[in-house]
Design a binder for this molecule. Sequence first.
Ligand code: UT7
Length: 325
Amino acid sequence: MGVIRSHVAGVGAYLPSRVVSNEDLAVRLDTSDAWIRERTGIRERRIAADGELTSDLALAAAQDALRAAQVRPASIDMIVLATATPDETFPATATTVQARLGMTRGFAFDVQAVCSGFVYALSVADNFIKAGQAKTCLVIGAETFSRILDWNDRTTAVLFGDGAGAVVLEAGTGQGSSADRGILSTHLFSDGRQHDLLYVDGGPSKTRTTGFLRMEGREVFRHAVVNLTEAIDTALQTNGVSADDIDWFVPHQANQRILDATARKAGVHPSRVVSTVAHHANTSAASVPLALATAVGDGRIKPGNLVLLEAMGGGFTWGSALIRW
Ligand code: UT7
């Protein structure tokens, strides 16, 4: 039976030019390159320039993805932008990107699921395509987490970076089997009871300020491995495939130890794991599309490959997506 499938037509990325190493941070914080590398795998991160906004990063990644897909902005029906660091409280940063792409039709909105944002946005776009309400979608993950970090808190300041990634989705068809090209499934989860383990201590309604990121790292780590394993198992079972069938595992890039533990529990061989955490650190909603763009750009991900995405973040929120490239 023929079904609608969302095909990935192109992937793009953008990183701010300023590189901040662990040594740079150790100059002003009670930390060390050795501690950060051993505990997280992070070596460096990019930090946006003064005045460089989430929309600037998102626009550059979007243009890169549109070039790769050979799609003109005028063909886009919908932009979904995942971010926890919007330019302003409103309007949605997605509408700023829409205007700057020169789009005069379609619609654009933001999705807020913190580090799971890209998987959520991908799921939203996939469902709009499957419902027949959009044919060409731009899905972006873009963050300037440097703006919500407490730069005096060594337990969080060393973990995050800025960046953006994007994919263009186009409506296609398939047979309804796991051999189809395109997004085969998305699964989303959340548990609002875990608010206090990872949150920002400000917001327009609560404090009229932006606030700073607060995290109980050890607890988040523990939940992350359990939750991500659940999301991965659900994706594999739904599609009747096994971990051995996964060509590339593209996880959220929070900590190399979480990547390793999750891949091990899921049964994915380490050589199949795409890791960018050493150079990007945790870029929240941008991390999965940035890792995708890296592995597509260097030729690892090829047409026909089975690609498994997952992410977990504040809320808690978490999810997975299985894609036949
Ligand atoms: O994107 C989704 C959300 N984020 C995550 O998934 C992050 C999840 N958590 C983690 O990645 C890890 O828990 C961290 C990297 C945050 C921390 O690693 P850990 O192995 O869980 O360390 P810990 O929190 O147990 O801290 C160990 C020690 C503590 O000292 P004491 O109490 O043992 O004396 C910390 O104070 O390391 C200390 N510490 C640091 N030392 C040097 C914490 N941060 C630093 C630092 N430099 N930057």
